[in-house]
Design a protein around this ligand. Structure first.
Ligand SMILES: NC(=O)c1ccc[n+]([C@@H]2O[C@H](COP(=O)([O-])OP(=O)(O)OC[C@H]3O[C@@H](n4cnc5c(N)ncnc54)[C@H](OP(=O)(O)O)[C@@H]3O)[C@@H](O)[C@H]2O)c1
Length: 237
């Protein structure tokens, strides 16, 4: 029988809870004894059926300010998936609503990808630059708007909240390899392998809640057992 986690007495809101990253975050948060509140689209509530009775769900778009206001009430931390869907400021609207309504002092942890840069000192491979250029080009389809994820990140960087913006590398499925390593700049040798298990991305998001050294940081992460992480283990942050 699995051990029953001790309740921490702390409440976490997971915005984007039904997605692949979100469901891993829900599991890690429950494993750590947090009370969990999730936000997801009405049509995706069923993806959280495995957690019925163990989490509270607020159905709605993550940039719906009324939904976010209700969901984050009383939460000690908010973990938010920033995704560049559509052309209606989905990511920036989500980030803004979370920062506007989270209780003062709450830990706010946002997800994005390596393409986001805080200080312009990241060094990107040709492949990453090409992938980002292509993704930005796709705005014409009106399905995604990468520029809005940049706007969301800028709002976070300028905020005086207790934020962390976790920048995920390429993701893969598979069992956990442990807490990812991180560095401040893409291009740092420890990140070269550019591969993180999605469950470990989620683990990093949840662990960031209690890691004050990550406040106002934008860590770029990479799998703990990837070749570049092992080769440069002594430099791990
Ligand atoms: N995929 C990668 O290789 C990769 C790499 C680096 C970083 N990241 C970052 O990781 C985070 C999670 O990405 P993921 O790829 O793992 O995907 P994911 O967790 O499945 O997240 C996608 C989220 O967007 C929602 N969504 C999907 N289609 C939507 C739509 N048309 N309108 C509104 N919401 C919609 C999903 O909700 P539903 O459940 O309702 O569909 C889910 O909450 C993101 O912040 C992303 O930038 C991803």
């Amino acid at each position: 029988m699995e051990p029953i986690p001790q309740h921490t007495g702390k409440k976490i809101c997971i915005v984007g809870a039904s997605g692949k990253l979100g469901r891993y975050m829900v599991q890690h948060a429950l494993d750590r004894g947090y009370e969990v509140v999730g936000v997801c689209r009405e049509k995706s509530v069923h993806k959280l059926d495995d957690y019925a009775g163990r989490i509270t769900i607020h159905a709605g778009f993550t940039n719906d300010r009324d939904v976010i206001e209700r969901a984050v009430e009383g939460c000690d931390a908010v973990l938010a998936v920033l995704a560049p869907w559509g052309v209606n400021d989905y990511a920036s609207g989500t980030a803004k609503a979370v920062m506007d309504f989270a209780k003062p002092g709450a830990r706010l942890v946002f997800s994005c990808g390596w393409h986001i840069t805080r200080d312009g000192k990241d060094r990107y491979s040709r492949n990453i630059r090409a992938a980002v250029a292509f993704a930005r080009f796709l705005r014409f389809t009106r399905l995604i708007d990468m520029n809005d994820q940049y706007r969301a990140a800028d709002l976070v960087f300028k905020s005086e909240t207790r934020w962390t913006l976790v920048r995920g590398s390429d993701l893969e499925e598979g069992p956990s390899q442990g807490l990812p390593v991180w560095s401040r700049h893409v291009g740092d040798p420890i990140l070269e392998s550019n591969t993180t298990r999605r469950t470990d991305f989620a683990l990093f998001m949840v662990e960031a809640v209690t890691d004050d050294s990550l406040i106002r940081e934008a860590p770029a992460i990479n799998g703990r057992t990837t070749p570049s992480a092992l080769a440069h283990a002594s430099e791990a942050a």
